[in-house]
Ligand binder design. Structure first.
Ligand code: PEP
Length: 255
């Protein structure tokens, strides 16, 4: 039995004046909190404020990225030990915007994934193909390679981790994978982990990400291998995010 998890990726949004209000609004969602885990990942300078606003509630918080090293001369970067000091539960690694705009390779992402575990943070590994790759029939090998870079790190790297399948063509575009497309890729991801660690595969939370909103969450969440969502744009609107939490909680209740 996997409890649904919904994580909001604020990306490079939010100002000092509004972060607490948004974070508090999330905690006031009228949902069965036992049926869904909730996390928010604001920009680094907002983490402490958001943590203050949600602490004492079931909402956890995290970072959107971290450096692979635990300290050093890496100007502008943020290290895992600091995220841990800030009480983060989660850290997103390998988001397609990091892979695309900051040229992070599968190996870079794997090193960050390892750094997250080393610092007792739950890595949320993002994988997913571009539109070009899907059109060329290469969605599976691309996601397989992204997963294998992490699978090759250790005997059981996905124990205590989360994976988010985020087709790049669906991120911030308003286009969403169909429930069938999402399920197909999630089943692939679970089987890749299952080939090496069947037990871990059964408990591994697999989130879908890519233009999730209240209008499509209720269709996506009940898919057998969809265990929640990583939400970008829609997590900046409290009512939208609350509706997604509700859909996930209901899917959890029906599981
Ligand atoms: C994301 O940033 O992880 C994401 C899925 O964005 P959006 O929901 O805006 O597509």
């Amino acid at each position: 039995m996997r409890r649904p998890l919904v994580v909001g990726n604020w990306k490079m949004n939010g100002r000092l004046g509004e972060a607490e209000e948004l974070a508090r609004a999330i905690t006031s969602a009228e949902i069965d909190w036992d049926r869904v885990g909730v996390g928010v990942c604001p920009p680094f300078p907002l983490i402490e404020r958001v943590a203050g606003a949600v602490s004492g509630s079931p909402v956890a918080w995290g970072g959107q990225n971290l450096h692979a090293e635990d300290s050093g001369a890496f100007t502008g970067e943020v290290h895992g030990p600091l995220l841990r000091d800030l009480g983060c539960t989660y850290v997103i690694v390998g988001h397609s915007e990091r892979r695309g705009y900051f040229a992070e390779t599968n190996e870079d992402v794997a090193a960050k994934f390892e750094a997250a575990h080393r610092n007792d943070l739950v890595p949320i590994l993002c994988v997913g193909e571009t539109e070009e790759e899907r059109d060329a029939g290469r969605a599976e090998p691309v996601v397989r390679a992204q997963m294998e870079a992490v699978l090759d790190l250790a005997e059981d790297p996905f124990a205590g981790a989360v994976v988010a399948y985020e087709p790049v063509w669906a991120i911030g575009t308003g286009r969403t994978a169909t429930p069938e497309q999402a399920q197909e890729m999630h089943a692939l991801i679970r089987s890749l982990v299952g080939d090496r660690q069947p037990q871990t595969a059964q408990t591994l939370p697999l989130l879908y990400g890519g233009s999730v909103k209240s209008a499509n969450a209720a269709e996506l969440m009940p898919q057998a291998d969809v265990d929640g969502a990583l939400v970008g744009g829609a997590c900046l609107k409290a009512d939208e995010f609350q509706a997604i939490l509700k859909a996930a909680a209901q899917a959890g209740a029906g599981a």
